[in-house]
Every structure is written in structure tokens, then in C-alpha cells.
Design a protein around this ligand. Structure first.
Ligand SMILES: NC(=O)c1ccc[n+]([C@@H]2O[C@H](COP(=O)([O-])OP(=O)(O)OC[C@H]3O[C@@H](n4cnc5c(N)ncnc54)[C@H](O)[C@@H]3O)[C@@H](O)[C@H]2O)c1
Ligand SMILES: O=C(O)C(=O)C[C@@H](O)[C@H](O)[C@H](O)COP(=O)(O)O
Ligand SMILES: [Zn+2]
Length: 377
């Protein structure tokens, strides 16, 4: 990958911060940390040890005190025990309100590190360095932080905007193919809810995207454009509605069923794979409610399949999924609420759908045999 000039997307939510997109961006970190920071806790998983060590050395050279906190991989990190572990390090190292956290990793790492930052001394600075496609385009941007409980996904969390986000595309060179493909699900989501040019770009490059890592410069430029477009949408939405009073719910397209699948599968599915199935379910729901044309529903299946994402789920799990979906954060009392589409880039809400409609939509995505969580592997 060549090293073109970084681009910057600004978010204004609680404060104004930069999402910097480019490669080899470590030099930007002190600026994003802001003035007055002396100590930095770098939160990462074992898989990102080399990057975390490089960041630590850079920070030490800049005169910071820098410590490492190694947390479990993937969803295993999003627990209260891991949060308590980080709080203990911060406490024992005398972190004050002028100190900061840096997260390096995928969305699970940025979610938990963001939550630690939101809660330590009621809120300290956090800068995210996302290293998966999904975290670059979604998780690290927008200030939604959270952990899981035994009862469900992301049930505990806080809105806490970062001081900045460094999307270093070079990190994607080592990202396994399946994790890259999982990230495409949130990009495709963004295409459906707000920016259909994203769908055209994915469709035109589907085979090469599915065959990650990138074989040529052209694909890098496609990936960069997909990241820039997705971040621009997320920045616009969260700048208008940080705390999800209304507009921000559109970013939850496909997530009502997706989170239930993740929980039922005990988090053995990647989030992006579950979101892919959840979007087809939401599209079927809208079609059966007479609000979405067949053509757009078909496009969900064709684009997701073209990059190797799943579009079905096992038919024998409906009752279990329905029970979990009732705890979705968009629910109000007994009322289930879904983000649906009325057309491309025309999101709407479907509130309290009839149980027979829900079951009929589920029948449209049901498979007899258990769906593979990783169609693209
Ligand atoms: N807060 C938000 O707005 C938001 C948005 C979307 C998703 N999320 C959350 O993000 C999480 C999913 O994020 P994810 O898909 O990044 O998964 P993840 O964080 O579990 O990372 C996936 C895997 O990739 C590995 N990895 C990360 N970077 C790598 C690299 N550069 N090279 C090699 N391996 C690498 C990790 O070790 C892990 O095994 C879910 O918990 C989801 O709920 C949050
Ligand atoms: O940023 C948001 O808002 C989103 O909903 C983005 C989602 O992709 C993300 O998975 C988010 O964590 C889901 O939030 P939740 O409130 O449904 O837990
Ligand atoms: Zn998501």
C-alpha cells in the first residue's frame, strides 16, 4: 500500500474530535491526546502486542508515562471483570482526570476501553486506534461504549466521545479474511441506510474484497473510500444525535436480530456476520409489511452473499431469539421496535409488529441446517 495523505473527518458530539484515516499515523497520537496528559494506559489484546509495544515506545519517547493492559480477545473482553481489571491498574497507578487511555484493537477492545474511560473518575480521555475494518468504520467512532452481561449484549454502557480516532489502514494487512469480511457487513449497512454509492462500490469489487488481503493498489483505494464514506455517515449521524434520542437508531439497522443471534451462539459468531443476517430479516419484515420493494430486499441477499456473508439462520431458534430481542435497547415496554427501510437511504421504524409478521419474516431467512457462521472461510 502506498502512503497517501491522511484524510480527516470531524465529529462534533460532546466535543469536536478528528477521525484520521490514512496509514502510519502514530505521529498524530499526541495531538489527539490533547494537552496536559502525562500517563497513558494502552489497552490491547495479545494479538496486537507488537503494535501496542510500538505505541508505548513512541509515547515514552515523547515523554509520557505509558503502561500496557492486556485484555482477552474478542467478546471475552466485554465483561465487568475485564473492566474491573482495568480500573485496578488505573487505581494502582494513580491515574487522574488529566491522564488518558489508548485502545488498540477491534471493536470489542474499543468498546471496553471506551467504557473504562467513561467510568474512571466519571470520564477521562480515550483515543482509539482501531485495527479491524469494523472498528474503523463503526465501533471506534461515535462514543457508544459497552460491555455484555449474562442477560445480553451491550446491556451496560455509556456514551463517551473519544478525544480522537486513528484509522491506520496498514493495520488491515494482517487482518484475517473472515474478520475483514465481517467488517464489510457494517459498511453495507451504511450503504443501505444512508449512502448507496457504498453498495455500488462493494458490488463492483465483491470478488476482490472477499479474497482479502488486497492484491493490488486499486483494492486499497476502494477500501479507503469505503472507510471514508462510512465514517462520514457515522460522523454526521452521531454529531446530530449522540445519545440515540432518534436519528442514531438508524445505525442499529439489522442489529435487533443480530444481537440475539450473537447471544444464542454464545458469541462464537462475529458481530458483522450476525448483522448480515439481521439486515435480511429487517428487509423481509419491511417487505411483508408492504413498505419495501422486492428489488431492495433481493439486493440485500445478493450483495451480502457476494462478499461471503451469511443471509440465513437456523429455523429452530425463533422462540429463543424472540425472548432475547425483547431486551433490545430500542424496545419500549412490551413494544418491539425495528429499524426498517422504505427504500435505499430511507430508514424508518416499525413499531410493535404483529407476531405473525415477525414469524413470517423469520421463515424467509430460516435454514433447515445450522448456518455456518463463516461462509467466506
Ligand atoms: N460501539 C459501537 O458503536 C460499535 C459499533 C459496531 C460494533 N461494535 C462492537 O464491536 C465488536 C466487534 O468488533 P470486531 O469485528 O472488530 O471484532 P473483535 O474486536 O472481536 O476483533 C476481531 C478479531 O480480530 C483480531 N484482530 C484485530 N485487529 C487485528 C489485526 N490488525 N490483525 C490481525 N488480527 C486482528 C482480534 O484479535 C479478534 O480476534 C462487537 O463487540 C460489537 O458489538 C461496537
Ligand atoms: O453506533 C451506533 O449507535 C450503533 O448502533 C452501531 C452498531 O453497529 C453497534 O453494533 C452498536 O454497538 C450497537 O449498539 P446497541 O445500542 O444496539 O448495543
Ligand atoms: Zn454493529
Amino acid at each position: 500500500m502506498t502512503d497517501p495523505q491522511p484524510s480527516v473527518v470531524q465529529v462534533t458530539a460532546e466535543r469536536t474530535y478528528d477521525v484520521v484515516i490514512g496509514s502510519h499515523l502514530l505521529g498524530e497520537l499526541p495531538r489527539l491526546l490533547g494537552t496536559g496528559v502525562r500517563k497513558v494506559l494502552i489497552v490491547h489484546t495479545e494479538a496486537l502486542e507488537a503494535s501496542a509495544t510500538a505505541v508505548r515506545e513512541d509515547l515514552l519517547a515523547e515523554g509520557y508515562e505509558a503502561l500496557l493492559a492486556v485484555i482477552p480477545d474478542a467478546e471475552g473482553a466485554k465483561s465487568v471483570d475485564v473492566v474491573a481489571f482495568c480500573w485496578q491498574i488505573l487505581g494502582q497507578s494513580d491515574f487522574t482526570r488529566s491522564d488518558a487511555i489508548v485502545s488498540i484493537g477491534g471493536g470489542a477492545t474499543t468498546d471496553v476501553a471506551g467504557f473504562v474511560a467513561a467510568t474512571w473518575l466519571r470520564g477521562i480521555t480515550v483515543v482509539h486506534i482501531p485495527t479491524t475494518l469494523l472498528a474503523m468504520v463503526d465501533a471506534a467512532v461515535g462514543g457508544k461504549t459497552g460491555i455484555n452481561t449474562a442477560e445480553g449484549k451491550n446491556l451496560v454502557g455509556a456514551f463517551h466521545s473519544p478525544g480522537g480516532v486513528l484509522c491506520d489502514l496498514a493495520a488491515l494487512e494482517t487482518l484475517p479474511r473472515w474478520d475483514f469480511v465481517a467488517g464489510l457487513a457494517e459498511i453495507i449497512k451504511t450503504g443501505f441506510i444512508a449512502d448507496p454509492a457504498i453498495l455500488d462500490l462493494v458490488e463492483a469489487n465483491a470478488a476482490a474484497l472477499q479474497a482479502w488481503p488486497a492484491a493490488d493498489e486499486h483494492l486499497w483505494s476502494v477500501v479507503r473510500e469505503l472507510v471514508e464514506r462510512s465514517v462520514a455517515v457515522k460522523a454526521r449521524v452521531v454529531s446530530e444525535d449522540l445519545k440515540e434520542a432518534s436519528l442514531r437508531e438508524i445505525l442499529n439497522y439489522g442489529h435487533t436480530l443480530a444481537h440475539a443471534i450473537e447471544q444464542v451462539e454464545r458469541y462464537s459468531w462475529r458481530h458483522g456476520a450476525a448483522v448480515a443476517v439481521g439486515m435480511v430479516f429487517a428487509a423481509e419484515l419491511a417487505r411483508l409489511a408492504g413498505r419495501l420493494d422486492d428489488e431492495v430486499v433481493d439486493r440485500h441477499r445478493s450483495i451480502l452473499t457476494s462478499v461471503g456473508l451469511p443471509v440465513t439462520y437456523r429455523g429452530d431458534r425463533w422462540e429463543q431469539l424472540l425472548a432475547v430481542m425483547r431486551r433490545d435497547k430500542k424496545s419500549r415496554g412490551d413494544l418491539l421496535r425495528f429499524v426498517v427501510l422504505e427504500d435505499l437511504a430511507k430508514p424508518a421504524r416499525l413499531e410493535g409488529p404483529d407476531p405473525t409478521l415477525l414469524a413470517a419474516a423469520y421463515a424467509e431467512i430460516s435454514a433447515d441446517a445450522p448456518t455456518s457462521r463463516a461462509v467466506a472461510l
